[in-house]
Design a protein around this ligand. Structure first.
Ligand SMILES: C[S@@+](CC[C@H](N)C(=O)[O-])C[C@H]1O[C@@H](n2cnc3c(N)ncnc32)[C@H](O)[C@@H]1O
Length: 197
């Protein structure tokens, strides 16, 4: 099959890699949620060979992710189906979770499920890394993100750019502490939460 290709992955993979090199544990297993085309899984697994990288997405995305494994490190595992909107969501036990440009694509319930399931999937010190656009209560949304949010809601009224403060409260309720909130190119953010017992 021809491989799916998302141009944005070529633009954001290096800035994201710079950040996750510092935030993720040096060794262990990373679960990627909403892996999409599979380009990030291929690139990050090759760049971080001491980590096991487990890509996942909705079932229809798995063949595309699989097709990118030719470019991936041997540490890139076979992708698995995970629908964050499924009831009774359970995630595999891992050391870190990475979720790029997916929180704003799904209904808010998907993020609620993500944090609830991550509480069981991660042990003390485990990391959730989120990348994407966020809105902040005390700041106007950048014009490009206003337009992006309108576009998202036009496709799915339940999707949309999430509020940083709402995500932080959800994280705290589930036993996660915010450890990083960093600006990224094109009005995106890197958010990192750590599991605390
Ligand atoms: C904008 S794409 C981002 C893909 C990839 N992370 C990237 O940055 O290129 C959003 C991804 O979220 C996935 N997605 C949408 N709804 C989902 C759900 N309910 N559970 C898990 N993944 C979902 C889509 O299949 C898609 O791959």
């Amino acid at each position: 099959m021809s491989r799916p290709y998302a141009p944005a992955c070529d633009r954001n993979r290096e800035p994201i890699l710079t950040i996750i090199r510092d935030l993720l544990p040096a060794t262990g297993k990373v679960l990627e949620l909403g892996s999409g085309s599979g380009q990030h899984a291929a690139y990050f697994s090759a760049a971080l060979p001491l980590l096991e990288w487990l890509p996942s997405d909705l079932p229809e995305c798995l063949p595309g992710i699989e097709a990118w494994r030719d470019d991936a490190g041997e540490n890139c595992l076979e992708p698995i189906a995970i629908d964050l909107l499924s009831r009774e969501l359970e995630l595999p036990i891992v050391d870190a979770i990475v979720c790029i440009n997916t929180v704003h694509i799904m209904a808010w319930q998907g993020t609620v499920n993500l944090f609830a399931a991550a509480r069981d999937a991660l042990t003390d010190g485990g990391i959730i890394y989120l990348y994407g656009p966020y809105r902040y209560r005390d700041q106007p949304l950048a014009e490009s993100n206003v337009r992006f949010d309108e576009w998202l809601k036009g496709r799915d009224p339940e999707s949309g750019i999430r509020e940083f403060e709402q995500v932080s409260v959800l994280a705290e309720k589930n036993g996660f502490e915010l450890t990083a909130d960093l600006p990224m190119p094109a009005n995106n953010r890197s958010l990192c939460f750590m599991r605390r017992n």
